[in-house]
Write a protein that binds this ligand. Structure first.
Ligand SMILES: [Zn+2]
Length: 236
């Protein structure tokens, strides 16, 4: 095995013989890693297994597994070909996202719906949507076309940086110094983890205004009405 790659919620496991295994866990697949060939007790069905001398990596229950034999088979795969770039994809540049935001396809979409669209950007969980828009100080109902180039670049940078921070720091998307300070003051993980997500009616960590919860695309979204004004003000 040479590389593991995520594409949204799908995974590609690449091998040195040129084959790749596509797997999608849906809501029920589960990876388990154990001592080599020391299978865990489970009623789940084993669907895919990889072994080396020390360890076995086992995928249980997942129903969507395919062997793909070439890069072109990967690029034309029905699920993968519909996806935008993965937010954690190596080499993804903020400038690329900034261009996509400005494109005719996306410029008139509300940010709140755009950030749920896996064609635009894959791998953004629902909590990341709220956190990224807060960090970029953009109201969920704003559209890219209402934003300045600087705001779009800040949004693109926040999208990538926040996803990486969450991945590296156990899902903490709040400012890391602030999170540490709150933790030292006795706050629980669920309270210091996020800037706004799940914090309706609680004071914004920046300005003290009560955080608002709204529903967009059947999913809850949170924002600060003061830090993320709907109307653009004062920018060129
Ligand atoms: Zn605020």
């Amino acid at each position: 095995m040479t590389q593991i790659e995520t594409r949204g919620k799908a995974m590609l496991t690449h091998f040195d013989n040129g084959l790749s295994v596509y797997s999608h866990n849906q809501l029920y697949g589960k990876w388990m890693v154990c001592k080599a060939h020391d299978y865990p007790e489970t009623k789940r069905q084993l669907r895919f297994a990889m072994h080396n001398d020390q360890k076995s990596a086992l995928l249980y229950s997942a129903s969507d597994i395919q062997i793909l034999s070439s890069p072109s088979e990967i690029e034309t795969h029905p699920f993968l070909s519909q996806l935008g770039p993965d937010v954690l994809q190596k080499g993804l540049q903020p400038q690329y996202l900034q261009l996509a935001l400005r494109s005719q396809k996306y410029a008139r979409r509300r940010l709140a719906t755009l950030y749920l669209d896996q064609h635009f950007l894959a791998g953004i969980g629902n909590y990341l949507r709220s956190e990224i828009l807060f960090i970029a100080r953009l109201h969920p109902q704003r559209r890219p076309i209402d934003c300045t180039d600087a705001q779009l670049l800040a949004l693109a940078e926040a999208s990538i940086a926040t996803a990486y921070q969450s991945y590296r720091y156990k899902g903490i998307t709040n400012d890391l110094d602030l999170a540490n300070e709150l933790k030292a003051q006795g706050y629980h993980y669920r309270d210091y983890r996020y800037w706004v997500f799940g914090r309706s009616h609680q004071p914004c960590y920046v300005c003290g205004t009560a955080i608002i919860k709204a529903m967009v695309g059947n999913r809850r979204i949170y924002y600060c009405p003061h830090c993320q004004p709907l109307e653009a003000s004062g920018h060129p």
